[in-house]
Design a protein around this ligand. Structure first.
Ligand SMILES: [Zn+2]
Length: 122
């Protein structure tokens, strides 16, 4: 049902804007964690307390996982937003993002607010 329900509730332009903000928040999170991982690797030393080494290594591993997840989310959200954006222009009157959702299924049925033309987005 998502993203059809969100698009129907917010309108396409607002939904698209929010998706871009969310994608870039994930990108920023990934970059900050990448900096953390880099700094942690810089300070990693095999001489010294084993408990500190274990903590640093664990933090680096978790930071790496967050970087991986954040980049996956960034590209997934951006890909979905761009895919739907390419389909949000009415083929009859060329109005961009001026439609209402009429079917919220896996393929989103929409109707142009300007001319009433209907098409599906997937
Ligand atoms: Zn139209």
């Amino acid at each position: 049902m998502e993203p059809a329900r969100s698009i129907g509730r917010l309108g396409f332009s607002k939904w698209y804007e929010r998706r871009l903000i969310e994608a870039h928040a994930w990108l920023l999170t990934g970059l900050l964690c990448a900096i953390y991982v880099g700094v942690s690797l810089e300070g990693l030393s095999f001489k010294g307390n084993a408990l500190v080494w274990l903590g640093t290594t664990g933090g680096t591993f978790v930071g790496g996982l967050i970087v991986w997840h954040a980049l996956r989310r960034f590209f997934a959200i951006l890909g979905e937003a761009e895919r739907l954006s390419r389909q949000s222009t009415c083929s009859a009157c060329k109005a961009y993002a001026r439609f209402e959702v009429i079917r919220a299924q896996s393929r989103i049925g929409v109707r142009c607010r300007r001319c009433g033309n209907e098409w599906t987005m997937s």
